[in-house]
Design a protein around this ligand. Structure first.
Ligand code: GDP
Ligand code: IMO
Ligand code: MG
Length: 430
């Protein structure tokens, strides 16, 4: 395998964890470059299910070095809990994982701000994961952030004082929420000192050495292109760049570090949290189309991090084409094909209609995007089960036709087709 950036190209939860885990044996290094515990990446091996939030999805493989890059935001308590769980099941995480000394720490006041801001937004809320992601990236950009390498800084105490002064003013005066205590913050810092600092490293040096030794590097994205802070449905997005380009800055490697960009997409779409979703069919707020309900039920569409029900809808080829362009996608992995088994027809969105006009791109303004009506192409569905199929030739002809149409509309070749949650449930397209 060539160095590959594997990213989600819808609204997250495309099955990145599964795909990265199954590619990991071909890689020497698996590295996360953005996001934090808002991610929930599921790995299924037989009866064992592992949900990873911080730790890269290569961790279950003996020979794989896992790296968490400078572009991520790390919650020490969450990372410790994840490491403990993995170690309890026999995975020697401490040997396999290194965390960038430059990554930003999520502190209790970030979570408090995240929660209070969502309450203040009322009906305009983003539906964040509540993990403090936005406020932490905000501190990074405003240069107030506390990084892993700052834990032993001489001026740390003064910086915390200044931050708490500001944050508690915001919380109590502006957001009418409870303040955060110095003790809570000290506790979080101590946890980071004890459990994350021992894993700290200059990840850029490790990667450089690996590159010089000819190692294969797999870059693992979190979230998806439509949640990217620049290219997604702003403001209903996460607070980091989730696109392939972010892999470079988020790990400190040059633009020539990867030649393959794998775009991962479900054979339909889901979204968790608020924001436009033109092909939406089904949600917890009363949209109740039968095909959408089928996707939610057969696909077990509940958030891996928050457990919230996911909104479901038809595959939107405009979204995917947007992602192919922005990320320089060289191949697609289509997941959850099996979830569409049994539907009479399957649909693909090929355009939008707005105010009587036809458009074939994603509008910049979320309010405009929200008003777009999808134009569909309908194709026959398939009654046969594709669950667990590992050979493309064994897929029903109608399913293959659907995938070929996706390929044509998205202008990128389908390289992998996932037919179930397990590592083994995969068709490789030759
Ligand atoms: P990620 O965030 O992109 O890693 O995706 P999540 O793990 O949040 O959500 C994907 C869900 O779909 C998980 O429960 C996976 O186990 C499951 N999954 C992944 N691929 C497939 C597939 O091809 N078929 C089915 N039925 N489930 C899948
Ligand atoms: P993975 O890596 C799906 C969504 C939230 C919300 C928005 C902002 O598992 O695909 P945040 O907490 O980041 O400030 O929330 O982004 N979101 C995700 N949706 N999968 C994810 O990660 C997500 N991470 C964040 O639901 O709409
Ligand atoms: Mg997920």
């Amino acid at each position: 395998m060539k160095n590959t950036i594997a990213i989600g190209i819808q609204w997250g939860d495309e099955g990145k964890g599964k795909i990265v885990d199954l590619l990991a044996p071909q890689a020497d290094v698996v590295a996360r470059f953005q996001g934090g515990p808002n991610a929930g990446h599921t790995l299924v091996i037989g009866t064992q299910k592992t949900v990873l939030h911080h730790v890269p999805s290569g961790i279950l493989h003996d020979e794989t070095l896992c790296l968490i890059g400078n572009g991520t935001v790390v919650d020490a308590a969450e990372l410790k809990a994840e490491i403990d769980l993995l170690q309890a099941s026999g995975v020697p995480v401490a040997e396999r994982l290194r965390v960038s000394d430059r990554c930003q720490l999520i502190l209790p006041y970030h979570r408090a701000l995240d929660a209070a801001r969502e309450v203040a937004r009322g009906s305009e809320r983003i539906g964040t994961t509540g993990r403090g992601i936005g406020p932490c990236y905000e501190d990074k950009a405003s240069r107030r952030g506390i990084r892993l390498c700052d834990l032993n800084a001489a001026n740390l105490s003064e910086r915390i004082d200044t931050n708490l002064h500001y944050v508690n003013f915001m919380l109590t005066e502006f957001l009418k929420a409870e303040p955060v205590s110095r003790e809570e913050v000290e506790e979080a810092l101590e946890l980071a000192r004890q459990h994350v600092l021992p894993l700290a490293a200059d990840v850029t040096i490790i990667l450089h050495q690996q590159q010089q030794a000819g190692a294969c590097i797999l870059f693992e994205g979190a979230q998806g292109t439509m949640l990217d802070i620049d290219h997604g449905t702003y403001p209903f997005v996460t607070s980091s760049n989730t696109v392939a380009g972010a892999a470079l800055a988020g790990l400190g490697v040059g633009p020539n570090a990867a030649s393959e960009i794998l775009g991962i997409a479900k054979a339909y779409m889901t979204r968790v949290g608020a924001g436009p979703f033109p092909t939406e069919l089904y949600n917890a707020n009363g949209m109740n189309d039968a095909s959408g309900r089928h996707m939610a039920e057969a696909g077990h569409e509940f958030g891996s991090t928050t457990g919230r029900p996911r909104r479901t809808g038809w595959f939107d080829a405009l979204v995917t084409r947007h992602a192919v362009r922005i990320n320089g996608i060289t191949a697609l992995a289509i997941t959850k094909l099996d979830v569409l088994d049994g539907l009479d027809e399957v649909k693909l969105c090929t355009g939008y209609r707005i105010d009587g006009e036809l458009i074939d791109h994603i509008p910049a303004d979320a309010a405009v995007f929200d008003r777009c009506e999808p134009i569909y192409e309908s194709m026959p569905g398939w009654k046969e089960s594709t669950f667990g199929v590992t050979d493309v030739e064994q897929l029903p002809a109608t399913a293959r036709a659907f995938l070929t149409r996706i390929e044509n509309l998205c202008e990128a070749p389908v390289q992998m087709i996932s037919t179930g949650p397990d590592r083994e449930h995969i068709c490789h397209v030759k």
